[in-house]
Design a protein around this ligand. Structure first.
Ligand code: SF4
Ligand code: SF4
Ligand code: SF4
Ligand code: FES
Length: 984
């Protein structure tokens, strides 16, 4: 702590606290335009000038020092502030009453008022540039741009897409995309960071324009007329009275614009934000307070909400009759569902029924779904799509450290000395986590190792990129472990204190010499040694992995090998360390946590455990089934075998996201009765007997659990569309039709029940999750949560972790003479999964209209392929026709096909082989034959996709270049200004 006097009052400052933060925290005020706490000092606006110990300084760039005397209001400071703001206003026309940004949070408006500016002393000058409307989601108006550089700082150093810069040396500086491209053809990934932090209306969401204000939808000519009127009266009336009018207009807006907090519906990062709505129109997504994301989002969370008001939403139940679907009332549909489920249960037994919960639905919905299966029907046949991706990681962690979740938080990844990413295209699949790694790597010297088949963005940024042969990650990871142990580089102290099983583990590593590993993986011995040395030298290491690891026949074993490596190097139990299996869907963690698993009740409590069963039987007042149920892979087999007759599935596009899709579809055709609950008529609905219209995330309340085990509340942004219901209500209706007698009035009551039965969630309740508050499980009864796991002990009875030996077996479905190419698959930045939601946002469809197969330049040359050539991919299980995209992201005979298609799903090609520990399909072990077709059309990815842009990396906004301009002088006559910089 240090003592600082501010405007005559003594204040205590924290270590390294910036003066601006101290002034704001202690109730003072100083104008500031470019400063944003999540960006740090940008130092472009000069409006935060204060007098400290007699000299003018920027409050945003100066740390409070003991004994400092600061005046925010001295004549010198006040004059400098006004002079600086005059310069800002010369770049901006104040037409607030007819501006869509007049929402009480416009920094330019508010600073005009704070400084009581009456007249524009430096006349407004237009800039010689057109408005840029070429991005589908936002537009840039150079004439309103005050050149604060917040957007540049956000793009360069927070998102680290490095698209934006300002040409400070130009007579008319402006923000540039890729150094001067139109936005639509730049490297901009439409993450929205820049728009979110813009302090005025220069960058705005197109969904705001003409919608936010009462007068802003006027025709352009009328608007221009009104702007002229405002300009005309300003010399006489001053801005004071003009601002009064705009504030009255803003007050009127407050009555019709709702701002509701929600959590993103797409990936597992768990971004949260306010959604601004006017009736059902989504004005914008405003991230600011999210504990996982702050100001960050990706294209999907910021702009991908077209599905909400899409015209093809399901709005009534559908019943199949004579091979066709007809609309039905809720009463009729629910009655039919209950009758048929009961009939099948009576005839074939409870285990002839199965339930699939959704990773898109809430924790409460997953809980009631598994309760319906267990307590009402009497079967443990319940699962969710974590089977397709995350279960192997969970098993790997259960084997070694005890909890099946990320061992720390995103902030730990951010602060790690070394990050290792294995089989994860993080920049596209978990974009906001990638921003934290990119930023630490760019600015703070974090080291990065990436292992992947593809040279994606993270691979290109890495200090060391490994491209092992497919399905050989386990080998090099074990070789690194062996090398570290052999060379005495393991953390012996940690091992002796905290880890069991060293002997056996050492022995298991015998086959993994550097020589053998190099031979089998195709990596050089030197590369493997370098990895080992980097891990040994790092003060703290986090390992991130995803489906490039888990979707193998040895997915659980590779995950185990990763955790073993972390254990032998002591990379658990400390900040900045640990295991991070990045969860795919927004609530894939929560779906499993809350018991939609065939072997566990909520909180991973085993169905085999009589004490656990007893507790739930008492709580639910039923008798529960005792044996483990079928997982979703076994369900498909059981349908083919005639043992499983009925299924109730919510919010999963299982017919194309399960592997060997043709086989899965054939199974669904055999079901006696199939209920599908979804927001749209999905491909899976085609097999249904009854379709029930659920509600998307914005139309309901509940909680999601993100990859860092963070439980967050979502509030209802919009009423459910007429005819639809939140899924928890539908499940309750079905249960009650079956005689359950449930009476949940709100999801909070479901959460209270979960907490009462599940030690892991004992202290979770809606009060503790109000607003942007969140909890990271396990949560003790007093509400204490654990952002970093294992700080005191590992989650085993003796408190110690276990090294778990794993050996390498080799992949299924390897290439041969006929199927000579390896087919990899996965996500894309713009679309989530198969795209059922994201294709309904026009701008996303424009940027990424279709699927494709990535072909390496060398293979393309060998086979006479160019981008746009149609090829047929044929595997042992099916075939698809798709366009090629030639790219050096892939090499040699390795292909990559994203999963963003319902019509051409890559899973027509994948097999039914699975990881024996979890039954997770080996999606990444596929071989195909590629037949080149005669037809060639345009490239499947249009020129406007961000991939074709050319980023311009630089160190933030580079304000020093502005300061070097001949026409720049610090305000306040430039006397005695001390420019204290906090960044290099
Ligand atoms: S990538 Fe595009 S949307 Fe994201 S901050 Fe940069 S310019 Fe803005
Ligand atoms: S566009 Fe960028 S530089 Fe211009 S006002 Fe907005 S944030 Fe500042
Ligand atoms: S998709 Fe993931 S990274 Fe993107 S906004 Fe949503 S939660 Fe965040
Ligand atoms: S707030 Fe802009 S220079 Fe300090």
């Amino acid at each position: 702590m240090s003592n600082v006097e501010i405007d005559g009052f003594r204040q205590e400052a924290h270590a390294d606290e910036l003066l601006i933060d101290l002034i704001n925290r202690t109730g003072g005020s100083v104008p500031h335009v470019c400063y944003h706490p999540q960006l740090g000092p940008v130092q472009t606006c000069d409006t935060c000038m204060v007098e400290a110990n007699g000299v003018l300084i920027r409050a945003c760039a100066t740390a409070a020092a003991d004994g400092m005397t600061v005046s925010t209001k001295s004549a010198k400071a006040a004059a400098a502030q006004v002079e600086a703001f005059d310069r800002i206003l010369s770049n901006h026309m104040l037409y607030c009453t007819v501006c869509d940004n007049n929402n009480g949070n416009c920094t330019v408006h508010n600073t005009t008022k704070l400084l009581a500016i009456e007249h524009q002393r430096i006349p407004f000058r237009t800039k010689p540039y057109e408005v840029d409307n070429t991005n589908p989601f936002y537009r840039y108006d150079p004439d309103q741009c005050i050149l604060c550089g917040r957007c540049v700082e956000a793009c360069q150093n927070v998102e680290v897409n490095e698209t934006l810069s300002i040409n400070w040396e130009d007579p008319n500086p402006r923000v540039l995309w890729d150094g001067g491209s139109i936005i639509g053809e730049s490297s901009c990934v439409s993450c929205g960071h820049c728009v979110t932090v813009c302090p005025c209306n220069a960058l705005m969401e197109k969904t705001m324009l003409g919608h936010a204000g009462f007068l802003t939808s006027l025709k352009k000519s009328a608007l221009s007329g009104m702007i002229e009127v405002v300009k005309g009266i300003e010399p006489e009336t001053g801005y004071g009275s003009i601002l009064q009018v705009s504030e009255a207009e803003h007050a009127m807006r407050e009555h019709r614009i709702r701002k509701t907090k929600t959590v993103c519906t797409y990936c597992g990062v768990g971004c949260s934000f306010d959604v601004w709505t006017k009736d059902r129109h989504i004005l914008k997504v405003a991230p600011e307070h999210g504990p996982a994301n702050g100001i960050s989002t990706c294209i999907k969370g910021k702009f991908g909400w077209g599905h909400i008001n899409s015209e093809d939403r399901l709005t009534a139940p559908l019943i199949r009759e004579d091979g066709k679907f007809r609309q039905a009332s809720w009463d009729e549909a629910l009655g039919l569902v209950a009758r048929r489920l009961l009939e099948i249960k009576d005839k074939d037994g409870a285990d002839a029924l199965a339930f699939i919960s959704s990773s898109k639905c809430t924790n409460e919905e997953s809980y009631v779904m598994q309760k319906l299966a267990r307590a009402v029907i009497g079967t443990n046949n319940v699962d969710n799509c974590s089977r397709y991706c995350q279960s192997p990681a969970t098993v790997g962690l259960f084997r070694t450290v005890g909890y099946g979740g990320d061992s720390g938080s995103i902030s730990d990844i951010e602060k790690a000395d070394l990050v290792v990413i294995i089989g994860s295209n993080t920049a596209e699949s978990h974009p906001v986590i990638a921003t934290r790694v990119k930023s630490s790597h760019k600015l703070d010297g974090q080291k990065l190792i990436v292992s992947d088949l593809r040279e994606h963005e993270m691979a290109r940024r890495a200090n060391l990129f490994l491209h092992p042969k497919p399905a050989t990650d386990l080998i090099w990871i074990n070789a690194v472990s062996r090398y570290l142990l052999d060379q005495g580089l393991a953390n012996t102290k940690f091992l002796n204190e905290w880890v069991n099983g060293q002997e056996e583990f050492r022995k298991s590593l015998e086959p993994f010499s550097l020589e053998a590993a190099a031979r089998l993986t195709g990596l050089s011995e030197r590369t493997i040694r370098t990895v080992a040395q980097m891990v040994a030298e790092a003060k703290s290491t986090c390992i991130l992995w995803a489906m490039g690891v888990t979707q193998h026949t040895q997915g659980s074993d590779i995950s185990t090998a990763i955790s073993n490596l972390l254990l032998i190097t002591g990379n658990y139990m400390r900040p900045g360390t640990g295991a991070y299996p990045l969860r795919g869907h927004n609530n894939v963690q929560g779906a499993s946590d809350h018991g939609s698993m065939p072997n566990s009740l909520p909180g991973y409590q085993s169905v085999d455990d009589p004490e656990v069963r007893q507790r739930f039987e008492t709580g639910w007042n039923v008798k529960l089934p005792t044996s483990k149920g079928l997982d979703n892979h076994q369900m498909v087999e059981a349908i083919h075998e005639g043992k499983l007759k009925a299924m109730y599935l919510i919010g999963e596009e299982m017919s194309i996201v399960d592997s060997n899709a043709n086989y899965v579809g054939a199974a669904f055709e055999k079901l006696d009765f199939f209920v599908v609950q979804d927001v749209f008529f999905s491909n899976t609905c085609r097999y249904a007997d009854v379709v029930l219209p659920g509600a998307p995330s914005l139309e309901k309340e509940g909680t999601f659990t993100s990859t860092e085990r963070r439980i967050q509340r979502l509030y209802q942004v919009l009423e459910p569309l007429a005819g639809c219901k939140p899924d928890w209500k539908i499940i309750q209706d079905v249960a009650n039709q079956l005689g359950a007698g449930w009476h949940y009035r709100h999801p909070s009551e479901i959460m209270d029940e979960i907490a009462s039965l599940t030690p892991m969630f004992a202290g979770v309740n809606y009060e503790r999750l109000a607003g942007y508050k969140s909890l990271q499980w396990p949560v003790a009864a007093d509400g204490t949560d654990e952002p970093l796991l294992y700080t005191k002990r590992f989650a085993f009875p003796d408190g110690k972790a276990n090294l778990f030996p794993v050996s390498w077996i080799g992949p299924t479905d390897p290439p041969n003479a006929e199927f000579d190419l390896h087919l990899n698959n996965g996500r894309l930045l713009e679309h989530f999964h198969e795209g059922n939601l994201t294709y309904r946002t026009d701008g996303i469809r424009e940027k990424t209209p279709d699927t494709f197969v990535e072909v390496s330049p060398e293979l393309a040359e060998e086979r006479g392929i160019q981008s746009g050539t149609w090829v047929q991919l044929i595997s042992r299980y099916g075939k698809v026709r798709v366009r090629a995209l030639v790219t050096d992201r892939v090499q040699g005979k390795e292909l990559y096909m994203p999963m963003n298609s319902v019509e051409t799903p890559v899973n027509r090609l994948t097999s039914s082989h699975t990881d024996p520990a979890t039954n997770t399909p080996a999606y990444k072990e596929s071989s195909v034959h590629m037949k080149v077709l005669a037809e060639v059309s345009e490239s499947p990815l249009p020129r406007i996709n961000s991939r074709f842009g050319h980023p311009t990396p630089q160190n933030g906004v580079e304000v020093e270049r502005k300061w070097k301009r001949a026409d720049y002088a610090p305000p306040g006559n430039g006397n005695g200004l001390v420019q204290l910089q906090t960044k290099q």
